[in-house]
Design a protein around this ligand. Structure first.
Ligand code: AMP
Ligand code: ZN
Ligand code: FE
Ligand code: FE
Length: 282
């Protein structure tokens, strides 16, 4: 049984590898189908589809949208999107614009803390307009201010850290509606990041399902077996689809590899059929 990977980032957002590189890594890892899920963009999909056709790997058009959950974030993955949908493209453009309002304020805070860098440098390194904190982390690493992206997040960029600035974010219901309108399937990304568990997470997922949620990312690089079991139960209880992926980013998550996460991720290709059925019903 071959494996799949439904959560991957490329240079079109904050990943450090091009779509063609990611596809080559997937081929080497024995991945038969994958989804490119760049933050707030679908612009990497043509390159990915071309490389997928060349290598014999099925490429599912996707994206990942950050939405608001109280003071923190909830990420929604969208699969089987019509990436030409004008409304979706317009909304994603607005989300990328909100990144350009937030990022310079992060840089200002870093400058006040005595770290010398400019947003121009960050944008040049990013080479895309879906610019994220991992790009800032990479400039901090190149400058020698930190030795890892983790250190950059812990000290400066994470929620509550010294240079943290919140971003204007849509409600989960809005993000899911945009995905649905583009005939996509909305899935809750990495439920382990959500600041709720047990009964709280159940209640949240019930609410999200009423608003359009179709699935949960049960299998994820950093999930412990107990978490995977909990999320699988949750999905079954609420009749939600089960998905999984590595959240590969390259340099800023150096311990995570395409297809295998930290080595023990195995997302079965069997999960693909129910997802396709749901997409076809749209
Ligand atoms: P942004 O999209 O600018 O809000 O940045 C958030 C992204 O940063 C997340 O989607 C992750 O990909 C990444 N990220 C969050 N925390 C960390 C961390 N501790 N180390 C590396 N990357 C992180
Ligand atoms: Zn990311
Ligand atoms: Fe995410
Ligand atoms: Fe992600």
């Amino acid at each position: 049984m071959s494996r799949i990977d439904l959560h991957l980032h490329t240079t079109y957002s904050d990943g450090s590898r091009s779509p063609a590189d990611v596809l080559a890594l997937a081929k080497a890892a024995g991945v038969s189908a994958l989804a490119i899920t760049d933050h707030d963009t679908v612009d990497g999909l043509p390159d990915a589809l071309e490389a997928g056709a060349r290598l014999g790997i099925e490429v599912i058009p996707g994206t990942e949208i950050s939405s608001r959950h109280g003071e923190s974030e909830l990420h929604i993955l969208g699969y089987f999107l019509d990436c030409h949908d004008p409304e979706l493209r317009h909304r994603l453009g607005q989300l990328r614009a909100s990144r350009h309002r937030r990022n310079p304020r992060i840089i200002e805070k870093l400058n006040e803390l005595g770290l010398a860098l400019t947003y121009e440098e960050v944008k040049a390194l990013a080479g895309t307009d879906s610019v994220g904190r991992p790009h800032i982390a990479r400039v901090l690493m190149e400058r020698g201010y930190v030795t890892s992206a983790k250190e950059a997040f812990d000290r400066y960029l994470a929620e509550g850290a010294a240079a943290y600035v919140p971003r204007e974010l849509p409600e989960p219901a809005e993000a899911m509606a945009w995905i649905r309108a583009a005939r996509g399937i909305p899935v809750l990304a990495h439920p382990s990041w959500v600041k709720a568990n047990g009964a709280g997470l159940l209640k949240l997922c019930e609410k999200l399902k009423a608003e359009g949620l179709a699935g949960i990312e049960v299998h994820y690089s950093t999930h412990k077996p107990q978490q995977t079991a909990e999320y699988l139960n949750l999905a079954r209880r609420l009749d939600l689809l089960v998905t999984g992926g590595s959240d590969f980013h390259g340099l800023t998550k150096p311990d995570i590899e395409v297809g295998v996460g930290r080595g023990n991720l195995k997302v079965s290709e069997k999960l693909l059929e129910p997802l396709k059925k749901a997409a076809a019903l749209h």
